[in-house]
Design a protein around this ligand. Structure first.
Ligand SMILES: [Zn+2]
Length: 197
């Protein structure tokens, strides 16, 4: 046992060195190098550490006696260390892993597609709202035309915008129709008479 441990010691030492060295490199925050060397060193060190600890476990297993027990899923006899009395055989484990992978993939697709669709929808909604907001009159900008009922002279002035800032006579009201300025007056014949300014 001690002999085996001694053989494993160098790999454990290298793994720890890589792992700790990687962490130190990452913590030093040297531009580029920290990430470029530190991250792989930490990852490789961690993997090596796991492997060396895993091999310790295996060495222990060989010392115990084995027995045959049926797999929990397919009931095939599998060779297992004596202290384990329930086991899922390796081929069943592979099957489970594959099913889990497919399930995760399906879940991922199911989650990602509606999420991206809703994001696209929201973006379109924002665009639509922006379009709706756009025609609102802005200071100095063009104003939307409001169409009035009744008779108008000229008829184009039926749709326009009342404007107080036009230099019209007191009895007349300023109106912007079709980008032209008019002064409008409501006559006895119930007709709006607009004269260009
Ligand atoms: Zn099985």
């Amino acid at each position: 046992m001690v002999d085996k441990f001694d053989k494993k010691l160098p790999s454990l030492f290298i793994a720890s060195l890589l792992f700790i060295g990687g962490i130190i490199l990452l913590s030093l925050k040297i531009t580029g190098w920290s990430l470029f060397l530190g991250l792989p060193a930490t990852q490789i060190g961690l993997v090596l550490l796991i492997f060396s600890f895993d091999s310790f476990g295996r060495k222990k297993e060989t010392e115990g006696d084995y027995h045959l027990i049926p797999c929990l899923l397919c009931h095939r006899q599998t060779l297992t260390p004596k202290y384990i009395d329930k086991k899922i055989c390796e081929s069943c484990q592979v099957k489970i892993a594959q099913r889990v992978k497919v399930a995760f993939l399906a879940l991922y697709v199911l989650a990602i597609i509606p999420l991206s669709l809703s994001l696209v929808g929201k973006r379109q909604e924002i665009r639509m709202k922006a379009k709706e907001i756009a025609p609102v009159p802005t200071k100095g900008g063009p104003t939307p035309a409001t169409c009035e009922t009744g008779f108008w002279e000229p008829d184009s002035c039926r749709c326009g915008e009342w404007n107080e800032n036009i230099n019209c006579p007191e009895e007349k009201e300023g109106r912007t129709c079709d980008f032209n300025e008019y002064c409008c007056q409501f006559n006895e014949d119930h007709r709006w008479d607009c004269q260009p300014l």
